[in-house]
Design a protein around this ligand. Structure first.
Ligand code: 5RP
Length: 251
């Protein structure tokens, strides 16, 4: 009698959970697909943007992208782009940019962002406000129901002069949202200093702060505040990498 071989096929390898950094890289590489030769690019700051800049450098070296000019949003990004041989410029020479690619700390359902946990919010906002297209790249952990919804801080750049006074004023401004204002410090206890020689105050909220535009306007009206980390209605494209794949959403 003929025997039937009923050996089961070998089990497929268990699905490996991607690391957060791998997800960031997937989002970053997807964003670089939007880059075309001849573009002036805003180069973001942070671990996600770093992957995008590495990829742009790689494509330049392979000759797959040509005539790219980058406008870096921090000294760190400036150094990275220089090391990759990406030609650089600034807003004075290139006041209108074709596209910026940058990460975010939080993204709400309307694509409003919190940025600045990497400390570069001022230059990021100045540059990204001048871009025809602003592509935000995140892994899915950055998606929140509302700004402040991650329980992490909303960064605000302030001048060092009488910083305690400014911090108290900010706390009082958002008293109803249970705001606590903390000076950002380094591991050695010294104040973190931004590229613009300012300080960062991290605001923690117990409740939703409500109208983001009103909150932002109130903050920048306070003398001593340079800029806040809410990027309201600025992102034009959102790329989210998650375990189930990558999604691209345009505004
Ligand atoms: C720096 C930023 C960064 O884009 C933000 O902190 C996200 O960083 P990462 O990509 O490392 O998660 O706003 O000021």
């Amino acid at each position: 009698t003929a025997s039937t071989n009923t050996t089961a096929p070998p089990p497929s390898p268990p699905h490996r959970i991607l690391t957060q950094d791998e997800l960031k890289k997937i989002a970053a590489y997807k964003a670089v697909e939007f880059v075309e030769s001849g573009m002036v690019l805003g180069l973001g700051t942070g671990s996600t943007a770093k992957h995008a800049i590495d990829r742009i450098g790689e494509l330049l070296h392979q000759g797959k992208l040509t005539n790219i000019i980058g406008v870096p949003t921090s000294t760190k990004t400036h150094e990275q782009a220089l090391s990759l041989g990406i030609p650089l410029s600034d807003l004075e020479t290139h006041p209108v940019l074709d596209l910026a690619i940058d990460g975010a700390d939080e993204v709400d359902p309307d694509m409003n962002l919190v940025k600045g946990r990497g400390g570069s919010l001022l230059r990021e906002k100045m540059i990204e406000a001048c871009c025809k297209q602003f592509v935000v790249i995140v892994d899915e952990s950055k998606l929140v129901e509302y700004v402040g919804g991650s329980g992490l801080a909303l960064p605000v750049e302030i001048v060092p002069f009488c910083w305690r006074f400014t911090a108290k004023k900010l706390e009082a401004m958002f008293e109803n949202a249970g705001c606590v204002a903390k000076l950002r410090v380094l591991e050695n206890g010294e104040a973190y200093v931004t590229d613009n020689r300012n300080y960062i105050i991290d605001l923690y909220f117990k409740k939703d702060i409500g109208d983001l535009r009103a909150a932002g306007d109130a903050m920048v009206r306070l003398a001593g505040v340079v800029e806040h980390g809410m990027f309201i209605d600025m992102a034009t494209t959102l790329i989210v990498a998650g375990e189930l794949g990558v999604t691209v959403r345009n505004k």
